[in-house]
Design a binder for this molecule. Structure first.
Ligand SMILES: *[C@@H]1O[C@H](CO)[C@@H](O)[C@H](O)[C@H]1NC(C)=O
Ligand SMILES: *[C@@H]1O[C@H](CO)[C@@H](O)[C@H](O)[C@H]1NC(C)=O
Ligand SMILES: *[C@@H]1O[C@H](CO)[C@@H](O)[C@H](O)[C@H]1NC(C)=O
Ligand SMILES: *[C@@H]1O[C@H](CO)[C@@H](O)[C@H](O)[C@H]1NC(C)=O
Ligand SMILES: *[C@@H]1O[C@H](CO)[C@@H](O)[C@H](O)[C@H]1NC(C)=O
Ligand SMILES: *[C@@H]1O[C@H](CO)[C@@H](O)[C@H](O)[C@H]1NC(C)=O
Ligand SMILES: *[C@@H]1O[C@H](CO)[C@@H](O)[C@H](O)[C@H]1NC(C)=O
Ligand SMILES: *[C@@H]1O[C@H](CO)[C@@H](O)[C@H](O)[C@H]1NC(C)=O
Ligand SMILES: *[C@@H]1O[C@H](CO)[C@@H](O)[C@H](O)[C@H]1NC(C)=O
Length: 434
């Protein structure tokens, strides 16, 4: 067997690097259900040598965090071993939002996307405690994709990469569609979407939402808007299984909105179900463009055995008179291509929407044009098109160490991991093969 070793970094981080971008695969579940974990993940490299962590993507948050291997009850398989990183420094005390159930410390270390976009001395949270009672069993870590315009630059990996002239554009592209799910940082991948990018400026954050936009409304089968009024504010939420609309929602009980349905199961709490495999017509209209939501993502099996049984319809209620009016969770995100132009000095944040390439959309849908163009478009939304696609520079396998491990619940003694030497050790595959 080949002798395993860590190969030296052959590229100089940050130095004279041209502005670039990266496309990384996203992990999403193939089909939405109401039982399985549904979070979306992307590989992020932490430390030196780089360790792969697969944090949960949170469109509403800005926190960057890796769960520590020391963390008792932290969920996930690729936790971050800070003791193995030669570049880690303490970074400024406890995470201020920590609770007894969920807390950790700020540290500084290199954080990299694919070995191509590298942020050295990046501040992030090393999570040390996640109680077994902590309801959100997020695995591995947290990658907040929302950029807080007022937060210090050092806190945001995306702001830092932009400020250090590493990014081609201050933009992130997202495809949650289970056919080729991917995230791009620094440019949009023109092969990943069809149609015009429909740009909409983000609303200023409030205590009740960070990343929200105005939408025209939500339509049912007959093409009419559901009667929720004007001035609707919608947030995009990657950690929400459903789409939520105001509680005046007549959808379930009006065949003009549902279309011909095979069966409705009305639950006492107001939720409802259709026969799995039915067609659920739902369209979200943004700046004059209709975005059809995939029907299969709107029907959630309630048990893995219920493929031919009843599925919950992923249409829930928000709270009356509380903004956002509409929450666009995974069923919406999986049905569109999303661009996020994050805020920089002179520009606010924007979301842009298009149609995922390869999705079942008609030419009439794809050729729709936005009703208006943001007034800051020429200043903020003229993106530089990439001329080539950089490939990730390093592939890292999970490290297995020979030696003594702390095994929780056994005793205060460390125990020997038996036969660890026979397992494959970490191999860092250098791009150049040297
Ligand atoms: C699962 O999702 C795929 C699309 O990703 C779809 O073609 C298929 O019909 C879905 N299966 C079920 C059982 O919903
Ligand atoms: C996502 O981010 C928002 C805003 O910071 C936060 O309130 C929420 O708890 C986060 N969700 C998870 C699962 O971390
Ligand atoms: C952590 O990094 C920030 C810059 O990102 C720097 O200001 C700070 O001094 C660093 N802290 C340590 C302990 O190195
Ligand atoms: C954004 O950053 C500012 C400055 O650090 C902070 O006061 C504010 O709470 C942050 N906003 C959100 C929604 O996290
Ligand atoms: C469906 O819409 C038609 C008008 O197009 C209306 O006459 C009818 O009452 C509606 N049905 C229900 C259940 O509201
Ligand atoms: C669609 O259905 C709604 C609710 O029943 C009704 O008010 C509206 O008139 C219908 N629109 C069309 C175009 O039929
Ligand atoms: C949603 O709102 C409708 C109309 O107000 C109500 O009938 C239904 O019970 C609510 N559903 C839930 C799940 O709260
Ligand atoms: C924010 O949410 C709280 C309850 O969650 C509500 O009392 C408050 O009115 C909301 N604020 C706005 C502006 O919607
Ligand atoms: C494509 O969409 C049409 C409606 O626009 C629907 O009738 C058809 O079943 C869909 N096909 C697939 C493979 O999802």
């Amino acid at each position: 067997m080949m002798r395993s070793m860590f190969l030296p970094l052959l590229f100089v981080l940050g130095a004279t690097a041209a502005r670039t971008w990266i496309s990384l695969p996203m992990n999403v579940i193939p089909n939405m259900t109401d039982i399985e974990p549904f979070y979306s993940h992307v590989d992020v490299l932490f430390g030196t040598p780089p360790q792969t962590v697969k944090p949960v993507i949170n469109l509403s948050g800005s926190m960057l965090a890796a769960w520590s291997t020391d963390c008792v009850f932290c969920a996930g398989e690729d936790l971050f071993d800070s003791e193995d990183s030669t570049s880690l420094k303490p970074g400024g005390g406890p995470w201020p939002l920590g609770t007894p159930d969920f807390n950790g410390d700020y540290v500084n270390d290199t954080v990299s996307f694919g070995g191509v976009l590298n942020s050295e001395g990046q501040k992030f949270v090393l999570m040390e405690t996640m109680s077994a009672n902590f309801p959100t069993r997020m695995e591995d870590g947290h990658l907040g994709l929302w950029v807080n315009a007022s937060s210090p630059i050092d806190n945001s990996v995306f702001k830092r990469l932009w400020a250090s002239d590493d990014l081609l554009n201050p933009v992130i592209g997202m495809r949650f569609d289970p056919r080729s799910p991917a995230i791009t940082i620094g440019a949009l991948d023109e092969t990943a979407y069809e149609g015009t990018i429909n740009w909409v400026q983000l609303e200023d954050p409030t205590t009740n939402y960070t990343n929200a936009i105005k939408i025209d409304g939500v339509k049912g089968y007959n093409g009419s808007f559901l009667p929720f009024g004007d001035g609707l504010i919608a947030s995009l939420n990657s950690i929400y299984r459903n789409i939520a609309v105001p509680p005046s929602n007549p959808y379930a009980l009006d065949a003009n909105y549902t279309g011909p349905i095979e069966l409705i199961n009305l639950y006492p709490d107001g939720g409802f179900g259709f026969t799995c495999g039915s067609y659920v017509p739902l369209t979200v209209t943004i700046n004059g463009v209709d975005y059809q939501v995939e029907s299969s993502d709107m029907l959630h099996p309630i048990s893995l055995m219920s493929a031919t049984g009843i599925c919950n319809v992923a249409l829930k209620n928000t709270t009356a008179d509380v903004k956002p009016d509409v929450v666009l969770g995974q069923p919406f995100l999986r049905s569109v291509y999303i661009a996020y132009r994050f805020p920089t000095d002179d520009c606010p944040g924007f979301y842009g929407f298009a149609f995922p390439s390869g999705a079942n959309r008609t030419q009439a849908q794809i050729s729709q044009q936005p009703a208006s163009t943001p007034s800051l478009a020429s200043q903020c939304l003229s993106l530089t098109k990439p001329t080539s696609t950089p490939t990730p520079k390093a592939q890292i396998q999970t490290s297995v160490k020979v030696g003594s491990y702390e095994v929780w619940g056994q005793s205060d003694e460390k125990v020997q991991l038996l036969d660890a030497g026979s397992l494959d050790q970490a191999v860092w595959v250098s791009p150049t093969g040297t």
